[in-house]
Design a protein around this ligand. Structure first.
Ligand code: C2E
Ligand code: MG
Ligand code: MG
Length: 657
């Protein structure tokens, strides 16, 4: 019996009470006079004496935490084993294990004291100095991947509580891409009362088949950065759920996509390392708020996906909503990293399987929802799928696929709309290259149908590269045919303009197509020009120093400030059609047009009026001094052959733009 454990104190207290009560016996006899009472009094003292000396008090069932957070049952009546090595040698079982595991390290964990004994080989296996080994699990914890440590910790706790051995793999924290993997096993030992007193085990380098399988599986199906599943696994798992739903009409599941808003800005403002850590935190949070069997994956750089299996309840919306909200709230809580508190916004799209029945549809719908949320500036929102979104999603999904295919098949063609100088006999000074999609089923498709989706999906970048090359090749042919001063304007989207290697790409295309830069103009919208002003100015400078010209398209629609405009190394303003439409009959539009004309004059820029359709509009512009005109009044966009005929008929090679 231990001197100061809780039961010993209780026994002492009982003994003390017995002595006091026994001392009172003479008084009790003289006062009471009843034999029956006195006998009962003495009997009570006897019972107390029995309890104090012989009774086995039940051991507390409370679980307590020892060092390293291993939850074990209380073991008060067990003597601590003080000499672990001695214990180890004494026990046959342990000796056997030492022999078996002679090429491995072995370890024991003494439950009453919480101390750990590591054999000499452990340091070598863990790749640390022997003097870094101490008598706690910290030795191991420091060396292995956090999630593996957690598994190990839980297995130890289970092993002690449920009396079963365990065997698992631990990945060492390692600088290399393929972490070294160790196997660790453990087995609990119990005293005569059935209470755990020790865990013994070994640590080995041998890679079990299971560990090898796990590693293979890990690389094939897991996201190395966050440890959650990857896109491939997610899509396979989704397919299984869809098959289940096909067999059981009542089977309900949902897919949620979580997109971290402005993740690029986090990377840019801090570092990619910091961004990686944010992703890890978000992945952990999602995993933590889902059920064990829900599949969590990272399917894009900053997009996570969850399959919420088997949603039950009469109304799945009612059942799903709290889950979704809880998940969303948990994920978007401020992130504390590297001493900083970072507020993150997460947009979430949810699709339930009763609305859709194939992997592609689910993913397309969910992505369409996210796109919609972002487009409407609804960052950090949650949006459930609705029928309207489905149709839109399907249309967009198909269109995106079709555009991708059309780029490969080179189905995009260019039309050329003449720009004429009304002060030089309506001669052609240049063309604007305008893209069309020569679709096998629908015929010629207008850019309004596909440019916005190409912009949204980033497909505008490969498409734009193709357009630039086609335009340069065509222009060179016209130059070779004697129109040395002809200028062709090519529209550039904001995404193309923002590419890091944009200037180099343009230079390369010019070189490869043997086109003099003076024959090329780049058109960017006023809106694009106003984004990232300093960067835009730098790019414009590089472009104009190459000798090509820059036009600001749709001028008047983007609220650009004059002071900025002055700083831009641009050559031309193109007045937007919407102001031309009513110049002849609306005084306000007429004043605006006059103002644009005077801005161009004062900044010494060329001005092109686009969308001129009538003689009245033309007359107004002529009167106000705008000489370059583009519009149906002169010509619609033409095929290259027709444009060449137009050029020959309205020879403008002697006039420079
Ligand atoms: P934009 O660059 O402002 O091009 C002018 C648009 O006005 C062209 O429409 C042209 O056909 C149209 N237009 C010109 N004169 C008249 C007129 O008198 N009346 C009417 N009703 N329209 C006239 P389009 O070809 O449909 O192009 C629309 C927009 O699509 C372009 O506006 C441009 O923003 C975009 N786009 C066209 N081609 C390309 C391209 O190759 N790359 C990029 N990124 N965008 C392009
Ligand atoms: Mg244009
Ligand atoms: Mg325009």
């Amino acid at each position: 019996m231990r001197l100061f454990d809780g039961h010993a104190i209780l026994r002492l207290a009982l003994l003390f009470t017995c002595v006091v009560f026994a001392g009172l016996i003479p008084e009790i006899i003289s006062f009471s006079g009843s034999v029956f009472f006195v006998v009962n009094y003495i009997l009570a003292i006897g019972i107390l004496l029995y309890l104090a000396l012989f009774h086995e008090f039940p051991v507390s069932a409370n679980i307590r935490k020892l060092r390293n957070d291993v939850d074990i049952p209380e073991v008060t009546s067990v003597e601590p084993s003080r000499d672990f090595q001695k214990d180890l040698i004494e026990k046959d079982e342990m000796l056997q294990m030492m022999v078996d595991a002679s090429s491995d390290g072995f370890w024991t964990f003494d439950v009453p004291t919480g101390k750990v004994y590591w054999s000499n080989r452990v340091a070598k296996l863990l790749g640390i100095d022997p003097d870094q080994v101490d008598d706690t699990f910290e030795t191991l914890k420091r060396c292995v991947i956090e999630s593996d440590w957690e598994v190990f910790r839980k297995e130890m706790t289970k092993s002690l509580n449920e009396n079963r051995p365990f065997n698992l793999s631990l990945r060492l924290v390692s600088a290399s891409d393929s972490p070294k993997e160790l196997t660790v096993s453990g087995r609990p030992q119990f005293n005569e009362e059935g209470r755990p007193i020790r865990l013994i085990g070994f640590l080995g380098e041998r890679m079990s088949t299971a560990a090898m399988e796990r590693q293979k599986y890990y690389y094939a199906y897991q996201d190395a950065l966050t440890g959650v599943y990857n896109r491939k696994f997610f899509l396979e798992k989704l397919k299984v759920d869809i098959d289940n739903a096909a067999k059981r009409p009542d089977y309900m599941f949902a897919v949620a996509l979580l997109d971290i808003d402005s993740f690029g800005a986090i990377n840019d403002s801090f570092s990619t390392n910091f961004g990686d850590n944010v992703l890890r935190v978000v992945a952990d949070r999602i995993k933590g708020s889902c059920r064990d069997n829900d599949c969590v994956a990272r399917i894009g750089p900053d997009v996570f996906a969850v399959v919420l299996h088997n949603i039950q309840g009469a109304d799945p919306d009612d059942d799903l909503m709290p889950i979704v909200r809880r998940l969303h709230n948990k994920v978007k809580a401020p992130v504390n990293l590297e001493g900083r508190e970072l507020y993150i916004s997460v947009s979430m799209a949810v699709v339930v399987n009763r609305d859709v029945d194939c992997v592609e549809d689910i993913m397309a719908n969910a992505s369409a929802i996210l796109r919609d949320l972002k487009k409407n500036g609804d960052h950090g929102g949650i949006q459930f799928f609705t029928g309207g979104i489905r149709e839109k999603a399907m249309k967009l999904y198909k269109l995106e696929y079709e555009i991708r295919r059309a780029i490969q098949a080179k189905e995009f063609i260019l039309m050329y709309q003449p720009i004429v100088d009304i002060n030089a006999g309506n001669s052609v000074v240049g063309f604007e290259a305008l893209v069309r999609w020569n679709n096998t089923e629908q015929g010629i498709v207008s850019p309004a149908e596909f440019i916005p989706i190409a912009e949204e999906t980033g497909l505008i970048v490969p498409m734009g590269a193709l357009i630039l090359r086609m335009a340069c090749e065509q222009t060179r042919k016209w130059v070779e045919q004697g129109y040395e001063n002809i200028k062709v304007a090519v529209n550039f989207s904001a995404k193309q303009f923002a590419l890091d290697n944009m200037v180099e790409d343009v230079r390369r295309v010019l070189t490869e197509t043997h086109l003099n830069p003076k024959n090329l103009k780049l058109e960017i919208t006023e809106y694009t020009a106003m984004c990232e002003v300093e960067k835009t100015i730098d790019i414009m400078r590089s472009l104009s120093s190459m000798g090509l010209q820059i036009s600001i398209d749709d001028f008047g629609t983007g609220y650009s400030s004059l002071s900025y405009l002055k700083r831009y190394p641009i050559h031309t303003l193109k007045m937007d059609k919407s102001f031309i439409d009513h110049v002849a009959d609306d005084e306000e539009d007429a004043s605006f047009a006059r103002m644009v004309i005077s801005i161009a004059k004062s900044l010494n820029l060329d001005l092109i009026a686009e969308g001129v359709e009538t003689a009245e509009q033309l007359e107004f512009l002529r009167r106000e001094g705008c000489r370059q005109i583009q519009g149906y009044y002169f010509s619609k966009p033409l095929s290259p052959e027709a444009a060449f005929e137009y050029l020959k008929a309205h020879d403008g090679s002697q006039v420079s733009v």
